[in-house]
Design a protein around this ligand. Structure first.
Ligand SMILES: Cc1cc2nc3c(=O)[nH]c(=O)nc-3n(C[C@H](O)[C@H](O)[C@H](O)COP(=O)(O)OP(=O)(O)OC[C@H]3O[C@@H](n4cnc5c(N)ncnc54)[C@H](O)[C@@H]3O)c2cc1C
Length: 354
């Protein structure tokens, strides 16, 4: 098993394209991929979430969508091995767990199949271009913006991640903004997701801006483009199925600062999500497992022999045709449903616990 120190050492020493371990537990700094990279080799990049604060344990387990996915895919598309403690307490690597379980842990969602101690993944350097070439592309494609090289600031992938999330200004080392965490949250939020396979007409967007974003409790939405590399990976290559034909995923976020702000924010979220039903995927209405949405269905608290069938409704929304394979892998890997939560995948051949 790679320790956190191994991981940090690997990031420090390795050159692009080589393999490193990302530690998932026991050391806060090791869990935080961006911080670990910043601290040790800030020239490396890895396709991971837009938000640099999330942990690799849950994030990789559900797929990992981010700024670089059109070019390099999801986080899980770069994972080549993992160390997992299974329901029997055994420590397994890829060859020990077998290809079915290795498939399932790369996108089937955290807290389902065991505890991942480390991921082995391919890191890459990132070079997207220089200010001059960007300015000339922008002049050709978006002349109305009048953008010039003077509007650009060259930066590494890490700095751009910090900038997009924390208003990073280059006035201090990037790792100084990636590590600190508030002891208690000052903002509360609730999220939902949708996938779009057919362009939403301009008139609908105008309506959205004029009505939904001017309401009391209005939150934000983030549109994350798919296509590119994402289209080339078959739907069943990993549990994450939202690939070919997806234009973008929509992340809806309602947020509030104090308890009395909750009702307006969540009612905005529910109303807007209801409105969007006409414009997004249907039958099933697809959703991203890492943007957990307990409104779409939950497991019963008690053991339920029909659990895998009952969970099919929301399971197919997260995994489409991969749901059934996940439930069968679960039955083989964790037949007593030791790892379970409100939306864990139930074993398809569910047996009562002793
Ligand atoms: C502010 C914010 C921004 C986000 N941005 C993105 C984004 O850009 N792209 C994206 O894809 N997602 C994004 N997410 C969603 C994120 O991927 C999930 O919340 C993910 O679960 C975070 O992983 P974690 O380990 O930090 O979470 P946790 O809450 O610790 O874990 C989530 C689930 O995974 C399980 N789990 C955790 N560690 C392990 C492990 N080592 N082995 C097995 N199971 C484990 C937990 O039991 C739990 O069920 C964002 C979330 C937030 C809050």
């Amino acid at each position: 098993m790679a320790s956190s120190d191994d991981f940090l050492q690997c990031v420090r020493d390795k050159i692009p394209g080589e393999l490193v371990y990302t530690q998932c537990s026991s050391n806060f700094a090791g869990v935080l991929l961006y911080y670990a990279v910043a601290k040790n080799n800030p020239r490396l990049a890895f396709p991971s979430g837009e938000c640099p604060t999330i942990g690799v344990g849950g994030h990789f387990s559900g797929g990992g969508i981010g700024m670089m996915m059109r070019k390099y895919g999801l986080s899980i598309d770069r994972v080549v091995d993992a160390k997992l403690v299974n329901a029997n307490g055994e420590l397994l690597d890829r060859s020990g767990m077998g290809e079915d379980l290795f498939w399932a842990i790369r996108g089937g969602g955290g807290g389902n199949f065991g505890v991942v101690l480390s991921w082995k993944a391919v890191f890459r350097a990132l070079y997207l271009g220089e200010c001059g070439s960007l300015a000339s592309t922008m002049r050709d494609r978006f002349p109305e913006l009048n953008m010039t090289s003077a509007d650009c600031q060259p930066m590494t992938w890490l700095q751009s991640a910090a900038l997009s999330f924390f208003s990073f200004t280059n006035s201090k080392p990037v790792e100084d903004v990636l590590l600190p965490r508030p002891a208690s949250p000052t903002t509360f939020s609730k999220g939902k997701s949708d996938y779009v396979r057919h362009a939403i007409p301009k008139a609908v967007w105008k309506e959205i801006y004029a009505s939904w974003f001017t309401m009391k409790g209005a939150g934000v939405i983030v549109l994350e483009p798919h296509g590119g590399f994402m289209c080339g990976v078959p739907e069943d290559a990993t549990p994450y199925p939202h690939r070919r034909g997806v234009l973008y995923v929509i992340q809806y976020i309602a947020y509030w600062m104090s308890a009395d702000g909750g009702p307006a924010a969540t009612s905005w979220l529910d109303g807007f999500y209801g409105f969007m039903a006409h414009h997004v995927t249907k039958h099933p209405r697809e959703a991203y497992v890492n943007f957990r949405d307990l409104d779409i269905g939950q497991n019963a608290l008690e053991d339920d022999f029909g659990a895998a069938e009952n969970a099919r409704f929301w399971g197919q929304r997260y995994f489409l045709g991969n749901y059934e394979r996940l439930a069968k892998v679960k039955a083989a890997a964790d037949p007593t449903n030791y790892f379970r939560n409100e939306q864990s995948i139930p074993p398809m051949a569910n047996q009562p616990r002793e």
